[in-house]
Design a protein around this ligand. Sequence first.
Ligand code: PPS
Length: 568
Amino acid sequence: MQLPNLVPIPELYVSYDSAQKLKVDAADLPSWDLTPRQICDLELLMNGGFNPLKGFLGRDDYDGVVENMRLADGTLWPMPITLDVSESFAERVAPGQDIALRDQEGVILAIMSVTDRWSPDKSREAEKVFGADDIAHPAVNYLHHQAGPVYLGGPVTGIQPPVHYDFKARRDTPNELRAYFRKLGWRKVVAFQTRNPLHRAHQELTFRAAREAQANLLIHPVVGMTKPGDIDHFTRVRCYEAVLDQYPAATTTMSLLNLAMRMAGPREAVWHGLIRRNHGCTHMIVGRDHAGPGKNSAGEDFYGPYAAQDLFAEYAGEIGIEMVDFKHMVFVQDRAQYEPADEVEEGATVLNISGTELRRRLSEGLEIPEWFSFPEVVAELRRTRPPRASQGFTVFFTGFSGSGKSTIANALMVKLMEMGGRPVTLLDGDVVRKNLSSELGFSKEHRDLNIQRIGFVASEITKNGGIAICAPIAPYATTRRSVREMIEQYGAFVEVHVATSIEECERRDRKGLYKLARAGKIKEFTGISDPYDVPENPELSLDTENVEVDHCAHQVLLKLEQMGLVAG
Ligand code: PPS
């Protein structure tokens, strides 16, 4: 058998000279601005990480992949790699035409010769690929709420790789890694896929895996897109670099993989295997709940804990890489060392800190013991995840016009400013409409845009450690959800429903707008002639009838205190 790292893998790039010419010719083509996920996919298509794919999937390949994990020619491929676009762009492109694929700054990265254009059945894709059409799964949520409605497929001609300004020396194409292994005479390499910081248990596990496979070790963390809410890759890479010093340099290396994960468990494990094979590895570690998406909407796991190992084992021959199955490592206190859970002597005291517990300790500034992690890693994590009471957050008031949102928001702002410590910004509905959204009206489209803008500003404030207080009507649940997602990447999102009834708002009619709405002089008025989705699970619901503003604001403050966001 020829070792995979002895021969180069085919790439989709043309020569430098041809690329310069193509770039000029491509200037007139219809061009698509790639999304961050598409940029990750394109990079791995072009550099051979997704070999044997030659472009974004056409319809027959897509159907085969969705139905039975195979391309139309029968080759194993478990993940649909699709170019999802908007309806309006799809209308401008017909099969047989070339399009330019650009990065977010407008640089042309590739040309795609469109062979197929279709509107996918997203629910079928969700069921077959991710096992359930349930938006609690991050990739299903992405599919329904972020991916465009039309797919374009066709071969890609690579012009240049996406530009990365960070950790350049740590990024390798499949061929660069293959050449490196070849140069060092590494004939067996076991890959460790990860999207989390490495702690002592991971170190022990990777040591054991390398020993078991008698192989060198490639720590191969994903730095493209991981599960929403994960620790950002900048922090993780700094943590990995700190831990790398603990590994023998002669047998271990680390390289960053710009993959956009889908958290598809079993299918994802097979996909990861193919990607690692393309990167010249001979083995891959597959752990418990590999690439698991968490719980479904019924609170159960999407996949069995060993489903990924089972599927990988079934296809290992075709993947062309051996699995080293992850032993769940626990710290045995009496022996002061890590051991696989199934090998621990009966009666021994076993210590373990789960991911959730680690996050709790970080957010509350509690001790993280030396047996669990390395001091450098803990210090790095503490820098990015300060205790909750020092993190940024957003309080998002929603409710009818005249419900009292602005008044309570103002009172809350003053109370928070009195407490001090963090800058406070109020994004009141009326104020935003004057400054940020002055050209917008009250159609669904315009309201959504307005709320997205507020969400964007609030997420920036939250990211940078401030407090954002928003007070728009925000009548639609889906838009509030997307704002929540945007913000929760950086800090807490506290949704407060100002639950004043429409009858009471109309009775108060502070601005005289309800009267005009009833008379038909204002169209699409929330609660009168336009819908309001009552929040199903707000962090807090405020009853304002016969209650003082000061008391309402105080209730919000108590909630913030209970959530650990302000010091008690
Ligand atoms: S939205 O739906 O969240 O984008 O609305 P928002 O930006 O909060 O703006 C609401 C304020 O605009 C006034 N107004 C209307 N509200 C609802 N429906 C219609 N058609 C409408 N036209 C004007 C109204 O005064 C709202 O102010 P608040 O502060 O909510 O009372």
